[in-house]
Ligand binder design. Structure first.
Ligand code: ADP
Length: 504
């Protein structure tokens, strides 16, 4: 049987809180899935770690769960795609397969001193032109440096070529293709673009940046496209001989799964935070407005496609805060019914700058503020203000994208847990003055990885199949009049100004 005659593509989504495996059929529909959470390890304030061995075990288990649920086995699988939490840094021993330290998760801020040290010579933007990003604790570079500088013996072992670095995609592909017995050490361009070690234009590692950072280049995986065969499942695993053929960071995978293939198309994922990506075509566009320039995807030997990305730290997590810290709702979904009991925010604005403001402001001195309150306000206004904060923050990122790209967005494709909230989605359309569109298959992240893998083996022909499978479920169109929108944005901007300069 050729790969194109097989029934399913298997996608592994190795996320921040859980690992999932989903089987997709040729129509791009979910056939079955398995999911397992892993431990969040917080050794100190600001530190976040995962156990890479636990993650690898969970991934294998979820593969088994998804296959079993579909009564399928590897003979039914045409290809395997992987998508993952980005930037999260794992270093392991090539000879034993053992990690030298836990995975340092993207949210981890322990490397701030290293950021400051690098910035002392040339500023936070010293590599921006090359890698598309401002120095912060977010990218992998300072996490790798931290392990090299703080875990005993690691630097010497790295210099002897005994160790390997990877984001979770790389760790999983290495293990899946044999580990110590010939595992392939690769990553894709989208994941590599989040390390701050890759040149956005040549798509290769920068030896000058590695040298400044003291990172031996022998640690680094080979950079490949997002859609090609990297290797084959090891014989003793659940996917023996299966081509592992798709690899994208989670937000880029969602953009791919949303079929945002034309410059000017954008998606926003509404989860605990929001991540919005705008396809800018085959040339990287550097941001003057606080956005990250990233590789969006690269199919085989075709030209890479780039994106501008805006990340918002607190959106769905603000709903969780109302639930867990204030107790005014008992579940996230309850916020909608509460917010609906009032017609508007009653003049209240909630800027959730709990850990400063991310894109497009990047102000670490900001802290959260609820402003505009009067004796008239109730918890329903607070609920409404909390939901609206997500929409306002998305508008700020979109404004930055339009300023950088010169393009006007025609519609915003959306996915993620908060899209279940119809009140929010309507307000989003109103505040953006743009249609907001939700697809039938909301599992866009795993779907994107599945498409990348399926295209590489001919299970799908190419982007046209993805476009054909993409189907609209719900559309929200703007209903707010211009004067009201302007007023709302004016008030929001004033509220944001009140949060700045809080931390001295
Ligand atoms: P992640 O992938 O970041 O874990 P999800 O896409 O699963 O996130 O979305 C979960 C987030 O969405 C949570 O922060 C939760 O509070 C929020 N959320 C879920 N349902 C709703 C809802 N109906 N209204 C508002 N927020 C919601």
């Amino acid at each position: 049987m050729s790969d194109t005659e097989r029934k399913y593509v298997l996608a592994i989504d190795q996320g921040t809180t859980s690992s999932r495996t989903i089987l997709f059929n040729h129509a791009g529909q979910v056939v079955s899935s398995g999911q397992l959470e892993h431990e969040q390890i917080f050794p100190h304030a600001g530190w976040v770690e995962h156990d890479p061995v636990e993650i690898w075990g969970n991934v294998r288990e979820t593969v088994g769960m998804a296959l079993a649920q579909a009564s399928a086995n590897h003979h039914d699988i045409a290809a395997v795609g992987i998508t993952n939490q980005r930037e999260t840094t794992i270093i392991w021993d090539r000879n034993t397969g053992e990690p030298v330290y836990n995975a340092i998760v993207w949210q981890d801020t322990r490397s701030q001193d290293i950021v400051d040290r690098l910035a002392a010579d040339g500023g936070l933007d010293r590599f921006h032109e090359i890698v598309g990003e401002t120095l912060s604790t977010y990218a992998s570079i300072t996490k790798i440096m931290w392990i090299l500088e703080n875990v005993e013996g690691v630097r010497e072992r790295a210099e002897r070529g005994e160790l390997a670095f990877g984001t979770p995609d790389t760790w999983l592909i290495w293990n899946m293709t044999g580990g110590v017995n010939g595992g392939v050490h690769v990553t894709d361009v989208t994941n590599a673009s989040r390390t701050m070690l890759m040149d956005l234009r040549t798509l290769s590692w920068r030896d000058d940046i590695c040298e400044i950072a003291g990172i031996p280049m022998s640690l680094l995986p080979e950079i490949r496209s997002s859609s090609e065969i990297y290797g084959y499942g090891r014989q003793e695993g659940l996917l023996p001989g299966k081509p592992i053929a798709g690899d994208l960071g989670d937000q880029q995978a969602a953009t791919f799964g949303q079929a945002c293939f034309q410059p000017g198309m954008a998606k926003n994922t509404y989860g605990t935070g929001c991540f919005m990506l705008l396809n800018t075509g085959t040339e990287p566009q550097l941001s003057k407005n606080g956005l990250i320039t990233t590789v969006c995807y690269k199919i085989g030997d075709q030209a890479p496609v780039y994106a501008l990305e805006g990340s918002i730290a607190v959106t769905g997590s603000l709903v969780q805060w109302l639930r867990d810290n204030l107790g005014i709702i008992t579940s996230s979904s309850e916020i909608e019914a509460l917010a609906e009991t009032v017609d508007d925010n009653g003049g209240m604005y909630f800027v959730p700058a709990f850990s400063g403001l991310f894109a497009p402001h990047w102000r670490s001195d900001a802290r959260g503020a609820i402003v505009g309150m009067t004796r008239y306000n109730t918890k329903a206004h607070l609920a409404r203000a909390a939901l609206e904060a997500t929409a306002f923050q998305t508008r700020e990122v979109l404004d930055a994208m339009e300023a950088d790209s010169g393009a006007k967005l025609e519609q915003l494709r959306v996915d993620g847990g908060m899209t279940a909230n119809k009140l929010l989605m309507q307000f989003q359309a109103d505040i953006l003055n743009t249609d907001v569109v939700l697809p039938v298959v909301a599992e866009t992240t795993a779907l994107g990885a599945a498409y990348a893998a399926g295209i590489a083996v001919g299970f799908w022909e190419g982007e046209d199949d993805v476009i054909a499978n993409w189907e609209e479920a719900t559309r929200w169109s703007p209903q707010m009049d211009d004067g009201e929108r302007e007023h709302q944005l004016h008030q929001w901007n004033k509220a944001v100004a009140r949060t700045l300069d809080w931390i001295d």
